[in-house]
Design a protein around this ligand. Structure first.
Ligand code: F6R
Length: 241
């Protein structure tokens, strides 16, 4: 595990973007696993800048997102489809055929999960999986539990996760109760994992995830078993390490 701590968000964002851009420059056909939420926005902004400067092209790149809410229309402001289009895909001219996000409005959600896994299998291994970290240790929407699921599945969001995400909605009642998420098995199969964490409110969970016991009570602790994990932290998030 390589842990890098930054005293400036700008440097952290540039470093994260640099790793992803370097991957695509070396392998233009790379398969990228992408995350949403507040954490990666600065990294996506740096990627867009490099794209606009002609430093990198994504024309042969494929992407798979970790998760999507159930029942939120794709064009809803807070859907992860809308997030990705707004923050990245439309700005680096990724065609919809190159991108994949689970369909949280599918009539048959179980079948949707299976077909997402099939698409992942057809694409081969994810070359780089970008991750944020939930306050309760979730990765993707794999919430703490007595057991975790390997493949894409429907998950009931924990109250604390809905509360954390309520900041983007008018009220907590509007935050969906369920989501589709890639499983921990798929996440751990990626060739490289890039975990990004910012903010002192996550210092404790960073400590548990990276240095604590490996347990399904903290899904991110399973990342300790990955042979190529790179962690980028701001100094507040890393203060207990
Ligand atoms: C998002 C995702 C989540 C977030 C996590 C942290 O696609 O899978 O695991 O990475 O909830 O969210 P932020 O970055 O908003 O603190």
């Amino acid at each position: 595990m390589h842990i890098l701590t930054f005293d400036s968000h700008q440097k952290l964002h540039e470093s994260g973007a640099g790793i992803i851009i370097g991957m695509v420059q070396t392998n233009p056909r790379a398969v990228l696993g992408l995350a949403t939420g507040g954490t990666p926005i600065g990294i996506y902004q740096e990627i867009v800048k490099s794209y606009q400067q002609g430093i990198v092209s994504f024309k042969d790149t494929t992407t798979f997102n970790l998760d999507e809410y159930v029942g939120l229309p794709e064009n809803h402001q807070e859907s992860y489809h809308n997030y990705m289009n707004t923050h990245l895909f439309d700005l680096i001219q990724l065609q919809r055929s190159q991108t994949h996000i689970p369909d949280g409005n599918a009539a048959d959600l179980e079948a949707e999960c299976q077909s997402y896994d099939k698409l992942l299998e057809q694409a081969g291994q994810i070359d780089l999986q970008l991750l944020g970290l939930g306050h309760n240790g979730h990765i993707g929407f794999n919430e703490p539990d007595h057991a975790l699921t390997g493949c894409t599945h429907i998950v009931e969001l924990r109250e604390e996760t809905r509360k954390a995400n309520a900041r983007y909605f008018d009220s907590i009642d509007e935050v969906p109760t369920h989501a589709l998420t890639m499983g921990v098995g798929t996440i751990l199969k990626a060739k490289m994992i890039l975990l990004i964490v910012k903010g002192g409110d996550k210092a404790e969970i960073v400590q548990r995830a990276l240095k604590g016991p490996i347990t399904t009570d903290c899904p991110a602790s399973l990342l300790q078993t990955h042979p190529h994990l790179v962690v980028l932290l701001d100094s507040e998030a890393g203060r207990l390490l």
